[in-house]
Design a protein around this ligand. Sequence first.
Ligand SMILES: Nc1nc2c(ncn2[C@@H]2O[C@H](COP(=O)(O)OP(=O)(O)OP(=O)(O)O)[C@@H](O)[C@H]2O)c(=O)[nH]1
Ligand SMILES: [Mg+2]
Length: 252
Amino acid sequence: MGKSSLLNKVARQQRVVVDNAAGTTVDPVDELVEVDGTLYRFIDTAGIRRRVKEASGHEYYASLRTHGAIERAEVCVVVVDASQPVTEQDLRIFTSVEETGRALVIAFNKWDLTDEERRHYLEREIERDLVQFEWAAKINISATTGRHVDRLGPAIEQALGGWETRISTGKLNAFLGRIVASHPHPVRSGKQPRILFGTQAQTGPPTFVLFTSGQIDPGYVRFVERRLREEFGFVGTPVHVEVRAREKRKNR
Ligand SMILES: Nc1nc2c(ncn2[C@@H]2O[C@H](COP(=O)(O)OP(=O)(O)OP(=O)(O)O)[C@@H](O)[C@H]2O)c(=O)[nH]1
Ligand SMILES: [Mg+2]
């Protein structure tokens, strides 16, 4: 994939071992590297080639440690081989990053090995298989030639920026008020659940809590999430939206 090659390229020196053989990096390696004047702790990890459950021996423990590295990180740069079709395993790693609530930069590597036809198919694969990760920051690079490796720093900063964004309660509720007015929740069995109030409970990743007058359709929650992204950006970060429905008290 080129994870170790990319780290060496941004560090401008050979810090970690690169080899043609798969499974070269076994234990995660921490390296402090300055990029565009900012010092980052990069963790170079083993690739994950199989589901953890299906991997055995070395590969099993390497996968566990890679998952540990995802948990330690604030932003994950997932390096995929752009010259080959996007794999199930790539998708599982994106999912793992999303579920762990980390910011995500997808680096489509080995760009030097892609021709026009391959790039055409890659675009189709991104449209078809990566819609769920439309929010990720993406860069097309070559760790070998150095093509666009200078875009890694800005992509990391963009993702971290989204990850750490805090929307004031005032701004958030003004936004929610506009949504409720222009796109009210559909009526369900004669009732219309409403968003009463919202607050951002957390950053890293941005986590919103909506207080509502009844159960909200999952589709409406996704709609709110989409609008949040349109309004506030959040490029490179998962956004979590939780709903707390206030059930009406009976027999009053
Ligand atoms: N053509 C081309 N080859 C690359 C590129 N990046 C890495 N490679 C080659 O791919 C092979 C694997 O690179 P590594 O950097 O060791 O990959 P890795 O992701 O660290 O692999 P593991 O540690 O085994 O998980 C090496 O032979 C690299 O020279 C690239 O952008 N273009
Ligand atoms: Mg490696």
